[in-house]
Design a protein around this ligand. Structure first.
Ligand code: ANZ
Length: 811
């Protein structure tokens, strides 16, 4: 018998599969039901790493299993190929971003092939190909035409090192997500997508994803959208109406001060001639240059009690009371209206501000049956309760007070019900070269002019200067910048911002459906055939942005009449992280495990099966704790068992047949639930029992046929070799149907579990023979007959011998 040698069989099958076009999706006439299996496409940063090894092993198991279940599967791949690292490589090492990017794509592509992932390679594209970004530009123009893409002057997060604007979500702890440099604020004219128009739908449509997406992801999206219900209330300040947003209009009688965000448009005027004008100007300046993320953090924990008294009062609409006005950085211009009513008794930030500034605290909501004394309070009381000190509403439960107060305000025109979202418009401008050019011309005569369709794509010029100059390389490229107006032919300037790469990845899954179509972005017939995606596999790091943006794009395209569905991804599977020794892998800590090296050592199947058997697909895998040589040894055992089974002509024992059918059934159930780790362990048990039967001189052919097919989604090379070469089938195992199990054989006979108390039989219970110890003990303790002999107490000791016996010992 030849020994199992992945180095021999893997390259052979890779070539055969490619020649046979095994993983090509079916055409329009394919009668099978369709299954779109999508993996989050990679960024070409270098070679594939262990994280990819895990993610794509999971996605591939999904696709291969779907094929075996009789689906016509679309399993495409491409590259998310624009982005900063390519440009940084150009600056550091003088390589053109294009060259760096395409070389990395080649390398990753080879690695994917060596790994044996079942991609339909005929559909590959890269987002930096002009044939692709032409359509990204077209999509931009679709949004622009609908008022969903617009420009405004806005304070932006600016990374001085990368010299670009970052979205809020790309600022982590006040630093640039990419390079770790402290981010500053800078006022710039920027392009935005009006995602806030879709806040409500993005939230409401999540109902359809409930149970099909990880709950954690849904929660993160919900929090990101951040819906708050409450009221807008109009105060009067120095003859002007100033509106606040509050979630607690029931606390209006507890207002003792009023606060403006430093950037509030009224602040400069109110400060003028107040004696604090300079101080206020300095605070405004400081606020302007602090990154928003940092301000938000500080605001959330009330880290800053800083505030300047303005010398004017705000008049409360419910009782005409006057409250002193302040300017303070804990109020953010970006949320609500940029002004708040200070209710120190019931809001923690207001409480701390009031204590710091010696402002009065007035309790207006009290917990049922309790009193709260402002003198001795150590923190705000922010729960429900009974309203007090609230004029006509005294005694009203506060949740009822809310609509009552809103109705009262509405009647008098002093306020209204309001909903606020934390979500802000999506800032897509980047002052960088290696991205999709925004297809707009600025004309002195006609303003902002979209490039006509027939002139797309706006090509990125190759010959730019990457040396850091403080301006984007495109802005300094005369040939690119100077153009003529598409309307009147006047000399005009091209927009030189490029798009955030998240724009490229918001629609790529539509392009896979007709990747070479030069007439349109996506073919409506193909969209109807394949969309929505049946199963999307990728990392939790994309829980918010990418998924939210893609959902927004689909809804916007639906509204534009291009698509007939609302949600792009029916089911979502996150993979965990591959870590090493309890820590994230990194070159600097020296704990990096190289995917290519592991593959060379254990074979593609060995690495893949290690990843799939180590843990449930959503959980992290610590490479220090896994055992790839053990997995490889298992593959060797499976190899020998199947070979020996083919040699043997002896009859197969009934027990082995039963195990085979039971394994088929349970492994199928595991794969339906994406529990690859338990599926693999069941195949290991079957292999062991095959060995036992063969060593006893019996046969194991049926088990061998089943094992080869069950291995196909999780160890595709060895499964193919065993299927075609060893078992002698003419076609590929990857075109086979998933084996059928015989229900009668798969069913386990029940056995009798005897429950004893102190060694005497007190009950008998019918159980499955593979009952766990835990379950057996639980049943024994729940037995009424046994309990009677425990005299109401608990046993001192339990002796479990599942499935036949549990003895409860009282002494
Ligand atoms: C008075 C009040 C009384 C408030 C009370 C809360 C409790 P969420 O839930 O996040 O929507 N707020 C409003 N705009 C703000 C801004 N621009 N910067 C900082 N804080 C702001 O929070 C809404 C609450 O956050 C609002 O309700 C307001 O404080 C504050 F017992 O108004 B509240």
């Amino acid at each position: 018998m030849r020994p199992y040698d992945p180095a021999e069989i893997e390259p052979k099958w890779r070539a055969r599969w490619e020649a046979e076009e095994l993983y090509r999706a079916g055409g329009p006439d394919d009668p099978r039901p369709r299954f779109y299996a999508l993996d989050m496409f990679p960024y070409p940063s270098g070679d594939l790493h262990m994280g990819h090894a895990e993610a794509f092993a999971i996605g591939d198991a999904v696709a291969r299993y779907a094929w075996m279940r009789g689906f016509d599967v679309l399993h495409p791949i491409g590259w998310d190929a624009f982005g900063l690292p390519a440009e940084n490589a150009a600056i550091k090492r003088g390589i053109h971003p294009k060259e760096w990017t395409y070389a990395n794509i080649e390398q990753q592509r080879d690695s994917f092939k060596a790994y044996g992932i079942s991609f339909d390679w005929t559909r590959q594209f890269n987002t930096c190909d002009p044939e692709y970004y032409r359509w990204t530009q077209w999509l931009f123009l679709q949004l622009h035409a609908r008022g969903l893409a617009y420009r405004k002057q806005a304070p932006a997060n600016w990374c001085p090192n990368d010299r670009t604007v970052l979205a809020n979500e790309q600022v982590i702890g006040g630093r640039c997500e990419r390079c770790g440099t402290v981010v500053v604020r800078k006022d710039l004219t920027q392009w935005f997508f009006r995602i806030t128009d879709y806040a409500e739908r993005l939230l409401d449509d999540m109902r359809d994803l409930e149970g099909a997406w990880p709950e954690r992801v849904l929660t993160m999206q919900r929090n990101w959208i951040g819906r708050s219900e409450g009221a807008e209330v109009d105060f009067e300040v120095a003859g002007e109406t100033v509106t606040v947003f509050t979630t607690r209009p029931d606390t209006l009688w507890g207002v003792t001060f009023f606060v403006f965000a430093p950037e509030h448009p009224l602040v400069a005027r109110l400060a003028h001639g107040s004696g604090v004008a300079d101080e206020v100007a300095a605070m405004v300046e400081a606020a302007r240059s602090t990154p928003l993320a940092e301000r938000e953090e500080a605001a959330a924990v009330a880290a800053s009690k800083e505030g300047i008294r303005l010398g004017v009062d705000a008049v409360n609409p419910v009782n005409g009371e006057r409250a002193p006005c302040f300017v303070a950085p804990y109020v953010l211009m970006e949320y609500g209206t940029g002004a708040v009513m200070g209710v120190p008794a019931h809001d923690q930030r207001d409480f701390e501000f009031a204590r710091a500034h010696g402002l009065p605290i007035r309790v207006v909501v009290e917990p049922p049956g309790e009193r709260r004394d402002p003198e001795t309070m150590t923190e705000a009381y922010d729960h429900e309760g009974g309203m007090v000190n609230s004029g006509p509403l005294d005694g009203t439960p506060s949740p009822e007070g809310i609509p009552t107060v809103i109705a009262w305000l509405e009647e008098r025109g002093a306020g209204r019900k309001a909903v606020q979202y934390r979500l802000r418009d999506w800032l897509i401008s980047r002052q960088r070269y290696w991205g999709c050019p925004i297809p707009i011309v600025h004309c002195p005569e006609h303003g902002e002019v979209p490039i006509p369709d027939s002139d797309l794509p706006v090509l990125l010029p190759d010959d730019v200067d990457f040396a850091p100059h403080g301006d984007s390389p495109l802005a300094m490229h005369e040939g690119f910048v100077n153009t003529t107006c598409p309307i009147g032919g006047e000399p005009a300037r091209r927009e030189t911002d490029t798009m955030d790469t998240f724009v490229d990845s918001s629609w790529y899954f539509l392009r896979y459906l007709s990747p070479h179509d030069a007439r349109e972005a996506f073919d409506p017939d193909e969209v109807r055939r394949w969309m929505p995606v049946e199963q999307y596999t990728g990392g939790i790091e994309h829980a918010i942005l990418h998924l939210l943006y893609a959902r927004f794009f689909i809804k916007a395209l639906q509204d534009a009449g291009y698509l007939g569905f609302t949600e792009p991804f029916l089911r979502l599977q996150n993979q965990g992280q591959v870590i090493m020794g309890g820590e994230a892998m990194s070159k600097t800590t020296g704990n990096l495990v190289e995917f290519a090296a592991e593959r060379a050592k254990y074979g593609a199947d060995g690495v893949r099966l290690t990843v799939l058997s180590a843990n449930a697909p959503g959980d992290d895998i610590d490479w220090a704790d896994v055992n790839p040589s053990g997995v490889r040894a298992f593959l060797g055992r499976a190899w020998r068992a199947v070979h020996d089974a083919v040699e043997s002509t002896a009859a197969e024992p009934e027990e082995l047949r039963k195990l085979t059918h039971r394994t088929i059934k349970l492994v199928g159930e595991d794969l339906d639930a994406m529990q690859t780790h338990t599926a693999v362990s069941k195949m290991m048990v079957l292999t062991r029992e095959m060995r036992r039967a063969l060593d006893a001189g019996a046969g194991a052919r049926e088990a061998a046929e089943a094992l080869a097919r069950m291995l196909a989604p999780v160890a595709p090379f060895i499964a193919e070799e065993l299927w075609r070469e060893t078992l002698g089938h003419p076609g590929s195992v990857h075109r086979e149907r998933w084996p059928e199990h015989d229900e009668a054989l798969a069913r386990l006979e029940r056995v009798t579990l005897v429950v004893q108390v102190d060694g005497r039989v007190r009950d008998r219970i019918e159980v499955e023979p593979d009952i766990s110890e835990e379950e057996a003990v639980r049943l024994a303790l729940a037995s009424e007959n046994a309990r009677r002999f425990l005299d109401g107490g608990e046993p001192a000791r339990i002796v479990p011998r599942p499935p036949r016996l549990v003895n409860l010992v009282t002494r």
